[in-house]
Design a protein. Structure first.
Length: 172
């Protein structure tokens, strides 16, 4: 691994933020690196979570109870997000991982499960050599300012608008 790790943000309303992060994770694993993925908000075992069953260089943990499309978060959701971020900090500072992915953490901020200040404090504690990836819609400007690389996924067209639900192996 290079001497310096950078902060990436994959955000926007288009498809592919988590997919891009997992693509980076696979490249890192095949380069001999260790990867930790903390998935905020998500609780469904999507196909990407199966990766750790075939590869001991990646650890994936889900740190939430599910999404909030049709409901408001409860106090337990806030507690789980805060505990999840603290857990990710311990993983990042452990020295065991070269790449840390905070999947959907910007959604946790958007739904007020975590404050922007709390996440900024997390970023300030990043060890020099750790590569840190943040995913999710609605990335706050304060995080974008701290990042070294920001990619915005923009939806131009999506088959979901034609009634096609998420497809196994392609969308989940």
């Amino acid at each position: 691994m290079e001497d310096k790790g950078y902060i990436h943000i994959y955000t926007g309303n288009g498809k592919g933020k988590t997919t891009a992060a997992f693509g980076l994770a696979l490249r890192a694993v095949f380069a001999g690196m260790k990867v930790y993925v903390g998935q905020f908000v998500k609780s469904v075992k999507y196909n990407e979570t199966k990766l750790q069953s075939v590869c001991d260089s990646i650890e994936i943990e889900q740190l939430g109870r599910g999404c909030f499309i049709n409901k408001d978060p409860e106090k337990i959701d806030i507690e789980m997000a805060e505990q999840g971020l603290q857990h990710c900090l311990e993983k990042m500072k452990s020295g065991k991982f070269d790449v840390i992915i905070l999947d959907e953490i910007t959604i946790a901020i958007y739904f007020n499960l975590l404050s922007v200040e709390r996440v900024k404090d997390f970023l300030k504690q990043k060890p020099e050599k750790v590569e840190l990836v943040i995913t999710g819609r609605y990335a706050p400007d304060e995080l974008i300012e701290m990042a070294d690389l920001v990619t915005e996924m923009r939806e131009v067209k999506h088959y979901y608008t034609q009634g096609v639900l998420s497809r196994n192996g392609i969308d989940r």
